[in-house]
Design a protein around this ligand. Structure first.
Ligand SMILES: Cc1cc2nc3c(=O)[nH]c(=O)nc-3n(C[C@H](O)[C@H](O)[C@H](O)COP(=O)(O)OP(=O)(O)OC[C@H]3O[C@@H](n4cnc5c(N)ncnc54)[C@H](O)[C@@H]3O)c2cc1C
Length: 404
């Protein structure tokens, strides 16, 4: 006897509509143009302008500030689609999303009112800066400092490294040492909201004391700029301490680490997106290319590669969405976010490599999309905590949760 059942769907109506819209955008606007911007290493301005029109800079910003007010799970689905198109496009929104999260969670009312409406439209974009030339994983080792002057303003000094959107952003959330003697060091760190003029290399007037050296030349992840930031006497008013001076001084490390937890879900979604694209390219090419009288997809060795890729993509996607849903439900998700970031970024790299192998010699040619993916995928193993750091986080949390 037939039993009527509703078709299984993991997605809500809103999630289905918005991911379909972004997938179409990726197919029509991102994928056909990525090669051009990648080869020139130039900022994909027309694509970014369309993203503003689609409201993609305000996905998680509450409606009262002009955003869409959607949750992390839906945001992760959008990021997957953008990264399927090109991870550099998701890089343009990634640090912006972290900046808006910091404001929504820790910002004062004035800070939210001032920044969030402009960020929701993409009028200004945000960057997020922890790393320094000598410090990446070990954030407590940062050296850049902020000192309070007699007029009440803070003076920022020091060099920051690897700042995504470092030149084009209008605001940088930057971690500085405000108490060099604090023990442990993380208690002496503060997050400053530093404004700047987008695309200007040397700040003037209110923004004097911040210079941005030429962008770092990279293997992949082109189009979106990564820069150093040199703070040399930059004056930051006290109301630009994240959360206000009273609540915010000394809280920067904790605030930034909280933001990295959602950032890891975001990077995991990027890993799923690039892995998904590699699978699609492999499925197509393996049915077109013939060897020994048949399409290579008919050789069992190739089918096994496709099977492993598809299985890993699905597992990484499920774990990423689980971590996002837990965070949306207000549960601790540090363990799951670390696992999702680890699995999805490694899956991204593995699927891209398998797709590259399936393409044979053509995988090495710039004529084929997989060549770009091959240069892009390794970034995800590094940014927002390397795979080694994720394993450290996972191991530590496991032992905390299962202490005997
Ligand atoms: C393209 C790009 C964009 C970036 N964007 C930003 C950004 O917008 N903002 C920002 O703040 N940073 C950004 N980063 C910096 C990034 O977060 C760091 O590169 C990353 O955290 C690793 O730090 P590191 O490069 O200093 O490596 P290190 O910390 O020096 O690590 C070197 C190696 O040692 C390993 N390692 C370190 N400590 C341990 C340990 N305790 N146990 C075992 N292994 C260990 C690491 O896993 C790695 O393999 C970006 C980096 C890149 C490449």
């Amino acid at each position: 006897m037939a039993v009527e059942t509703a078709a299984y769907s993991e997605l809500t109506d809103i999630q289905r509509d918005i991911t379909e819209m972004v997938r179409q955008f990726a197919d029509e606007q991102i994928i056909p143009n990525a090669e051009h911007y990648d080869h020139e290493d130039s900022f994909p301005e027309p694509i970014v302008e369309q993203m503003k029109e689609l409201g993609l800079f305000g996905v998680t910003i509450p409606e009262e500030y002009g955003g869409m007010g959607l949750d992390l799970t839906t945001y992760a689905m959008i990021v997957e689609e953008l990264s399927r198109g090109w991870i550099s496009i998701s890089g343009v929104v990634n640090t912006h999303f972290i900046g808006s999260y910091l404001l929504m969670k820790f910002g004062t009312d004035e800070q939210k009112q001032y920044f969030l409406p402009k960020m929701a439209t993409g009028e200004i974009r945000a960057a997020f800066s922890l790393s320094e030339p000598e410090v990446g994983s070990d954030v407590q080792g940062i050296k850049a400092t902020a000192k309070k002057g007699e007029d009440g303003a803070w003076e920022l000094n020091g060099q920051k490294m690897w700042v995504t959107n470092g030149l084009g952003s209008g605001v940088v959330f930057v971690l500085m040492k405000t108490d060099t003697k604090a023990d442990p060091p993380y208690k002496g760190m503060t997050c400053f909201i530093t404004e700047k003029e987008p695309w200007k290399e040397a700040g003037e007037g209110d923004y004097a004391g911040l210079t941005i050296p030429p962008k770092i030349k990279k293997m992949g992840y082109k189009g979106v700029e990564s820069t150093e930031l040199v703070y040399d006497g930059y004056r930051c008013p006290p109301e630009r301490v994240l959360g206000g001076e009273e609540a915010g001084v000394g809280q920067g490390f904790v605030q930034m680490m909280d933001a990295l937890e959602v950032g890891r879900v975001n990077v995991a979604a990027r890993g799923v997106g690039i892995a998904q694209r590699a699978l699609e390219l492999a499925l197509r090419y393996s049915q077109e290319r013939k060897t020994f009288g048949k399409p290579i997809a008919q050789h069992q060795a190739i089918q096994f590669k496709l099977a492993d890729m598809a299985t890993k993509v699905e597992a990484a996607r499920l774990l990423t969405r689980k971590a996002a849903r837990m965070k949306d439900a207000g549960e601790r998700s540090d363990l799951e976010a670390g696992m999702a970031k680890l699995l999805a970024s490694e899956t991204g790299k593995e699927c891209v490599e398998e797709c590259f192998r399936i393409h044979g010699g053509y995988g090495y040619s710039k004529e084929y999309e997989i060549e770009r993916l091959y240069r892009d995928a390794p970034l995800l193993l590094i940014g927002e905590g390397t795979s080694e750091i994720q394993r450290m986080v996972i191991g530590k949390k496991l032992l905390q949760r299962h202490k005997i």
